[in-house]
Write a protein that binds this ligand. Sequence first.
Ligand code: PHE
Length: 339
Amino acid sequence: MRQQVAAIQDAMAREVKAAGTTVQLDELRRKYLGRKGMVARLFDELSRLEPDERRESGRLLNELKARCEEMISRRRAEIEREETRQALSRETIDVTMPGRRPPLGRKHPISRVFDELKEIFLRMGFEAVDGPEVELDYYNFEALNIPHNHPARDIQDTFYVTDEVLLRTHTSPVQIRTMEGRRPPIRVIVPGRAYRSDATDASHSPVFHQLEGLAVDRGVRFSDLRGTLALWAKEFFGPDTKVRFRPHYFPFTEPSAEVDVTCVMCGGHGCRLCKMTGWLEVMGAGMVHPRVLENVGYDPRELSGFAFGMGVDRLVMLKYGVSDIRLLLENDMRFLKSI
Ligand code: PHE
């Protein structure tokens, strides 16, 4: 019996030491100390021994049982300590690790060009104003001397909300709103969005951007318009840039012109971009029509003015070398990051 007890104790000591998890320990306890375990089986044998021997062996077995319990609980504590240590080291925060950088946004190229345009015109004494994008027919067409049968009024070109309400097709209605609201001298620019029911392609979008300009005072002349835009072109595109005025027609200006700048790509020699003309069209302009002045209660014999409206998306495309207007409006991060 004594030998058996020693052998079991040795075996158990070895196995307990080798156990790496509490689950394994539970198994060992079942194997040795369970109701049908090895120690229990030795207890069963006690009945077959002589009383003296039985007493002695019983004592040995009880000691064995106690020692086994102790080995298991000591090992269990060890394993639990180790598991806690590992859990803690898994969960520690390394405060010296570099943080994750949130992606940084930046200004959209259209906003950047608007900012630049504003800066140029504010230096010349203009003031930036705005007006509603959902506009009345009266301001968008009627007061601007655009007749009822004018093609721009067709639903092909204009998004109507009702018969009288529409999405402004240009920033020119703000000319009327500004003149109605104050007396000359007036020098304003209107950076803003406009809408036309165009078919979309590389150079047309139903949403686009304009910068309107308006100056009204006594004795404002065409040469003032010319000088203002000549200076603007040099500031915006560079000191060698020239402007050219071609006769044109707008119902709300007389005389009217389309304004070209020397080609930003070839400097005027002729290339693919300017279709070999050396010039790029960038805006419409002219002297405010006397009937428009009358519509806001100004006396055209006393006051005169000039106005212009430039296509801002086109300016962005020229400045940043973008060949498709849709790229400016689709907010594709890959494109926006690249320019
Ligand atoms: N509103 C005109 C357009 O959108 C541009 C323009 C503005 C022309 C002011 C003359 C004067 O085409």
